[in-house]
Design a protein around this ligand. Structure first.
Ligand SMILES: Cc1cc2nc3c(=O)[nH]c(=O)nc-3n(C[C@H](O)[C@H](O)[C@H](O)COP(=O)(O)OP(=O)(O)OC[C@H]3O[C@@H](n4cnc5c(N)ncnc54)[C@H](O)[C@@H]3O)c2cc1C
Length: 287
């Protein structure tokens, strides 16, 4: 079963994780994996460092999970490598039994025409095509419901996102805070490819603001006001974050989302709470 196949099989949850940098973060990841695995996620997405910085660590984690009940979705960014290098990385994944790719540009800014060697890939949609050529059966793309922050206009961005979704098997969105942004995007883009919304339960105000600025995601004023009022009380921030994420997930499912993709920041607790509020029950081993 591929990620594309699992997305079509009813309501699900999935999780984003990043490869650990140190022994300490490796231990935190193992804890998170153990907690999250009990929810039987449809897949777990493993990020790829901007510029290729996690190349080996991402491969190692994805290849390890490929032999377990957790279906890994390997992120790969075309900004980090030339075409031949990307083709080699893709082939290496196929040899390791990995069938699912999230084809991305990556966080570095777009290269100018002059800076891009001939034949190299400029946009994520070109990595989708390369992954198909190499033989990947299941390829997803990043979706930006509020528009990509660097796009020259919302209108052209929507056209490019529609083209990219048509070329892919599924889309995963940037994390968002309003279900209406998801619903408006899905209506506006007018493509049948399933789009799974991303949710990041808020546990820390400063981190939320930094990530929102990077991704172009707006934090609704009412939510920002509530969070700022308790910014020096971590337990209250977390309580509001979980409450908001729970309602957001309900609204997203009501709006027709096929499932929910959680940005976990390699921590299980807040995501597990939201999932419990939604009725996704952990399965104990042997069940
Ligand atoms: C679910 C998800 C997971 C992510 N995981 C990672 C990760 O693991 N590692 C990482 O580094 N980053 C990750 N990102 C961030 C992502 O790489 C950035 O948002 C990046 O700036 C855009 O990536 P993209 O794949 O959407 O790029 P693209 O689709 O290539 O778009 C990049 C820019 O080019 C523009 N564009 C697209 N097509 C055209 C065209 N034909 N002509 C002119 N302009 C065009 C777009 O409007 C946009 O401004 C992730 C984002 C999401 C939503």
């Amino acid at each position: 079963m591929t990620v594309a196949g699992r997305i079509g099989r009813g309501r699900f949850v999935s999780f984003e994780l990043w490869p650990p940098r140190s022994a300490e973060s490796a231990a935190a990841l193992e804890d998170a994996l153990e907690g999250l695995a009990a929810l039987r996620p449809a897949f777990v997405a493993i990020t790829y460092g901007a510029g290729g910085s996690t190349r080996e660590r991402t491969h190692e984690l994805v290849a390890r999970l490929a032999g377990t009940e957790l279906l890994p979705l390997a992120h790969l960014t075309c900004a980090a490598h030339g075409r031949d290098e990307l083709a080699a990385l893709l082939s290496r994944y196929l040899e390791a039994g990995v069938r699912d790719l999230l084809a991305l540009h990556g966080d570095p800014p777009l290269a100018s025409d002059a800076a891009l060697p001939e034949g190299d890939l400029r946009y994520a949609i070109e990595l989708v095509a390369l992954a198909r050529e190499v033989g990947f059966p299941s390829v997803g793309v990043a979706v930006h419901p509020e528009g990509h922050p660097a796009a020259p206009s919302r209108a052209s961005d929507l056209v490019w996102q529609a083209d990219k979704l048509r070329a892919a098997d599924f889309g995963l969105t940037q994390f968002l805070h309003r279900a209406s942004d998801y619903a408006r995007f899905v209506d506006g883009v007018g493509v049948d490819t399933p789009v799974v919304p991303g949710v990041m339960p808020i546990t820390n105000v400063r981190q939320l603001e930094r990530m929102a600025a990077m991704s172009g995601t707006e934090v609704p004023l009412a939510l920002a006001t509530r969070l700022h009022a308790v910014a020096d009380r971590p337990d209250e921030v977390r309580r509001i974050g979980v409450e908001h994420a729970t309602q957001l997930c309900r609204d997203l499912l009501d709006a027709g989302a096929p499932g929910l993709h959680f940005y976990t920041m390699n921590r299980a607790a807040a995501t597990l709470e939201v999932c419990a509020n939604l009725g996704f029950e952990p399965v104990t081993s042997g069940a």
